[in-house]
Design a protein around this ligand. Structure first.
Ligand code: C6P
Length: 404
């Protein structure tokens, strides 16, 4: 993989911040976009902007075809059996809420349990909390070990015939931990529970095969896979999606409407009310094509090199503690430096042109578990280079001298 060539496809990487070359290490929040994604957006708006699934004119047909081509690309990207199992959403958050409001309202009742983990993003906590409050169900939480891995023994104890749903993150956004979701799915199915996998952080790094994982639901966001913001997808097994009640009501999701009774469209349109985010959905295909042209194996190999190098280099800094050192990790490092608030480090690094994320990363219960207010998180993508990690380490050395 030629990183120098790849970098040329990301125009934003040429800019400077505070007079210094940009070092972008906030990829877990959102990745930068390659030219082919930017070009797909420009091309759509300059050549065939039209509403989809309604018009018979040429522009509407072209837009509909491009939109549906993305559905096919998403199906292939995550190994789904059919495009009918791919629902476009605004992103992971909306995908999880969709399941909570439809499947959840239909299947969860008083006394039932929903099992999540201590490392969940707020998007995979709050929708279930709301559902539990409404239904009188309870939320159970799988604890996280000191190294940032999930306690699998606790998971097995918490899993009972009362468990109706396991909703678990594939890759932690705050720790980088890769969870053994296939094994967990098998165990959950054995007690009759359904499984939702939050793939917001895994889709860009790991090969995803929802059929092999046997996931009932899988959610991810376009903007973390080099695609645009405002679009993502929910995968659901066909028989589940068919039997679930509708989500939002409106145009597109109906078969026939009368004041007496409305019937609904077939999958996947049943869950896609209103005019969708056409442009960004179309451009998402360009992002998925970009990933498959380079190859996830190549991306992963490069990112692993960066992760190992960063871990090794950061550990040389005095007072630095890495939060999350599970054996199976993706390319992000979360850390704290004794005596310095993560926010202060973030501001100083920004002054050096280095973009990291600081804070609780929308995982407040996890931060509480580690007894910290937050971390500094450097997350790496395929266009990052070792020299940028050197800049981060040098920047931190400077910050330590200034702040301690
Ligand atoms: N994490 C981060 O900086 P949305 O916002 O819907 O695209 O994704 C939500 C979400 C759900 N699950 C996980 C594991 C996530 O990491 C995220 C988004 C970003 O870590 C923004 S808080």
């Amino acid at each position: 993989m030629n990183v120098a060539e790849i970098r040329k496809q990301f125009p934003i990487l040429e800019r400077t911040v505070k007079g210094r070359p940009l070092v972008y290490f906030d990829n877990a929040a959102t990745s930068q976009k390659p030219l082919q994604v930017i070009e797909a957006l420009r091309h759509y708006y300059s050549h065939y902007n039209a509403n989809i699934h309604r018009g018979i004119h040429t522009l509407a047909e072209e837009a509909t075809m491009a939109y549906e081509a993305t559905r096919m690309a998403v199906k292939d990207f995550i190994g789904a059996a059919s495009t009918e199992e791919i629902i476009f959403t605004r992103g992971t958050t909306e995908a999880i809420n969709l399941v909570a409001y439809t499947w959840g309202r239909q299947h969860i009742s008083k006394g039932d349990e929903i099992l999540i983990s201590e490392m969940e993003h707020h998007s995979n906590i709050v929708p279930w909390q709301l559902l539990c409050e409404e239904k009188g169900a309870s939320l159970k939480v799988i604890p996280v070990e000191e190294d940032g891995s999930l306690s699998i023994s606790a998971f097995r104890e918490l899993l009972t015939e009362r468990t109706k749903l396991l909703s678990v993150v594939h890759v932690s956004n705050a720790l980088g931990t890769v969870n053994p979701v296939k094994e967990m799915t098998d165990a959950a199915h054995a007690v009759g529970a359904k499984v939702l996998i939050d793939g917001a952080q895994s889709a860009v790094h790991l090969d995803i095969d929802v059929q092999d994982l046997d996931a009932d639901f899988f959610a991810f966001s376009g903007h973390k896979v080099y695609g645009p913001t405002g679009v993502g997808a929910l995968y659901g097994k066909r028989e589940l999606l068919e039997s679930m009640p509708v989500f939002q009501g409106g145009g597109e999701m109906i078969r026939e409407v009368s004041f007496e009774k409305t019937t609904y469209a077939d999958l996947p349109y049943k869950y896609e009310a209103g005019t969708p985010n056409i442009a960004d959905t179309i451009a998402l295909k360009a992002a998925l094509d970009f990933i498959s042209e380079i190859g996830k194996v190549n991306i992963r190999t490069h990112e692993e090199t960066l992760l190992n190098y960063a871990t090794e280099q950061l550990k040389t800094l005095p007072g630095l503690r890495i939060i999350g050192e599970a054996q199976n990790k993706v390319s992000l490092v979360s850390f704290v430096i004794e005596g310095i608030h993560p926010q202060d480090l973030g501001v100083l690094l920004d002054n050096m042109g280095i973009a990291v994320r600081t804070g609780h990363h929308c995982t407040q219960p996890l931060m509480k578990r580690f007894g910290i207010p937050g971390t500094v998180r450097a997350s790496f993508a395929l266009y990052n280079q070792k020299e940028e990690i050197d800049s981060l380490v040098a920047g931190l050395q400077k910050a330590i001298k200034m702040l301690l």
